[in-house]
Design a protein around this ligand. Sequence first.
Ligand code: AMP
Length: 187
Amino acid sequence: MDLLLLGPPGAGKGTQGVLIAERLGIPKFATGDLLRDAVRLGTPLGLQAKAVMESGALVSDDIIMGVVGEELRKPTAAGGVIFDGVVRTIPQAEGVAALLATLGRRIDKVLFFDVTDEEILSRIEKRRGIEGRADDDPVAVQRRLKAYREQTAPVLDWYRGRGGVTTIPAVGTVQDIADRVKQAIGA
Ligand code: AMP
């Protein structure tokens, strides 16, 4: 199964993605984690992405589609992938659909994690104390929310037009949300 997790930063996609990956036994593919590793290691990809990420803007679609293509070619991805934090723009949605089509696959389900801005800001503030991410500082967070509204929110309508989107109210405990996810994907 190819599953896509959509929602604003801080909506809980990463946390729920880990739980789904364990349950379904398929890899979670988080472009944010992959890029942060690249920045930490100082690879050419990391050097290209660092400043953009720290500012809270989106990394270019070309770079993202390159890493998505690499991921989908891995044998471990043959049984499906949980896309976490990618897709974030309409060109990425089109690119992922085209790549999956070459493999005879499509996004089977989209889970949209729905959460208010107030909740997001309070969660990110907590995460900042724990993880110390540079892009969790208040200025970068505002940019990330702006990028979400302007570039990623339209992706939800793109998928809604194609069916298979379930909205998960992403409030309550991790377990509450996990139970809603289980019901949505039937596993
Ligand atoms: P995340 O951990 O998913 O919140 O991603 C952290 C940052 O990495 C984002 O604010 C972007 O700068 C960059 N990033 C991650 N995934 C993508 C993507 N699919 N498209 C563009 N930029 C991305």
